[in-house]
Design a protein around this ligand. Structure first.
Ligand code: GCO
Length: 479
């Protein structure tokens, strides 16, 4: 059997997101995003923190780029804060030149250091004004136009310098966690929101539908007006983790795994690659799942130049008795960390939902490749926290065995998938360049290959995993 390897021109690097690293929430004209306001609600963030300072990357972007260079990264995936660029968000609201300039400077700094930018247009931080005005994602007429205008501002300003565009990061999180159970901003649960149009069992699907249409509309704009001259690519990033049957001998658990993958990944992937929602979702949700009009379908189907894949772990999946609960978002399954015999998915980490399982990664990327007819894939996030990292000594943190081992497992599994499973993967962005604000989990949970000393002057110190990632790609990318 051929030795696992990756293409010579394989693009590897690191990912971050604006609200998780930038800080400076009100500097140079930036207005609140839904995450700024969400963090002010007592009890929403585990340690009561917020992104007001985070890694201070608004002021330290040159240091961040120097760090990327030091780590040998070829590419950097970052996101733009919409409310920095258009503080009030809407299509008639003014563009904030200073906010836009921050990203232009960052991109220039990356190019000056030979690092390729990959820009995420939206990574969860919706301008608060758009949620207040019309409920954000819930109002298709308003939202799609506002999003497309925001995308236009970025394409016009940065298009000649950016070859990789991602319309959305993980719409599943924005919809289910943000518009149903209230775990993520805007913490929308229909009973407390003025702007509700349904209830918390329908609104996530409506929000998801409108996100898909706005993605399609932005891709159309890019293809019509920018792609030929700028020569870039555009796609969406979807999240989902591998599903393994709780009882490997029970056909119902095996079927439940497929449903789980469909309710997370194919919910957004099928409309883009096949023009419809998955049959399992239509069956379970009936009229609560919107239908695509012909016009919407034309925008959405075929709208990916590449598939952005985020994944972290695997789960055991057990079927639940019929009928599904009304407020079910997972395909009527139970998500477990041990199988029937008590075998865990993998070792525990600091994140309750994350137990590493590298072979699950290989199976998942193959599942995605098969389901969507072998799309070009970029892994846009993959990484791990580790249990109790905050309580370790600096030396132990930098030694970083656990995370190093995670990347060995996952990157080798990726090379196996590319070499043996006919998967077309062209790049990999590890999450994350540095420790940062981990959303509802605050700063207790660290995901960086670089330690950030928040209290000690924001010093950045590369951990062992950063070295291991560079070595892995150095060895594997030789084809
Ligand atoms: C995600 C987020 C990241 C998280 C990471 C670890 O896309 O889920 O992009 O922002 O920090 O996944 O939980």
């Amino acid at each position: 059997m051929a030795k696992p390897q990756l293409p010579k021109d394989f693009l590897w690097g690191y990912a971050t997101a604006s609200y998780q690293i930038e800080g400076a929430p009100h500097e140079d004209g930036r207005a609140d995003s839904i995450w700024d306001t969400f963090c002010r609600i007592p009890g929403k963030i585990a340690d009561g923190t917020n992104g007001d300072v985070a890694c201070d990357s608004y002021h330290r972007y040159k240091e961040d780029v120097a760090l990327l260079k030091q780590l040998g990264a070829m590419a950097y995936r970052f996101s733009v804060s919409w409310s920095r660029v258009i503080p009030l968000g809407g299509r008639k609201d003014p563009v904030n030149k200073a906010g836009l300039q921050y990203y232009l400077d960052l991109i220039d700094e990356l190019h000056a250091n030979g690092i390729i930018p990959m820009v995420t247009i939206f990574h969860w931080d919706l301008p608060q004004a758009l949620y207040d005005r019309y409920g954000g994602f819930l109002n298709q007429t308003e939202y799609v136009q506002d999003y497309v205008r925001y995308a236009r501002v970025l394409f016009e300003a940065m298009g000649s310098k950016v070859k990789y565009w991602i319309t959305y990061n993980e719409p599943w999180c924005s919809t289910v966690l943000g518009y149903s159970i209230g775990q993520f901003a805007p913490g929308h649960t229909s009973d407390r929101a003025k702007s509700s149009v349904g209830d918390s069992s329908t609104e996530p699907f409506l929000a998801g539908h409108n996100i898909l249409v706005s993605h399609g509309a932005a891709v159309k704009l890019y293809r019509d007006e920018f792609k030929a001259k700028d020569g870039g690519m555009i796609g969406i990033t979807l999240n989902g983790d591998w599903a393994m049957p709780w009882d490997a001998d029970d056909p119902k658990d095996i079927e439940a795994c497929q449903r789980k993958l469909e309710f997370s990944i194919a919910w957004f992937g099928d409309p883009i690659y096949k023009g419809t929602y998955p049959a399992s979702m239509r069956k379970q949700l009936g009229q609560r799942l919107p239908e695509f009009t012909e016009e919407e379908r034309k925008l959405v189907q075929g709208s990916n130049d590449f598939y952005g894949m985020n994944t972290y772990c695997a789960n055991y999946i057990k079927h639940k008795p019929e009928p599904p609960a009304h407020e079910d978002f997972s395909g009527n399954v139970e998500i477990l960390l041990e199988d029937k015999n008590g075998t865990p998915v993998g070792p525990e980490t600091q994140s309750p939902w994350l137990q590493p399982n590298p072979q699950g990664f290989r199976k998942l990327i193959k599942w995605i490749s098969d389901r969507f007819d072998r799309p070009m894939i970029y892994v846009t996030e993959n990484g791990t926290s580790l249990k109790g990292e905050n309580d370790l000594s600096k030396d132990q943190i930098l030694k970083d065995d656990f995370r190093a081992e995670y990347f060995r497992g996952y990157v080798n599994a990726l090379a196996e998938a590319v070499t043996h499973d006919n998967v077309d993967c062209k790049g990999y962005m590890a999450w994350s360049l540095m420790d940062n604000f981990e959303w509802a989990e605050g700063y207790e949970t660290r995901f960086g290959v670089t330690y950030v000393d928040y209290a000690g002057g924001q010093q950045r110190m590369p951990k062992e995993s950063a070295k291991v990632v560079a070595e892995l790609f150095g060895t594997l990318c030789k084809a």
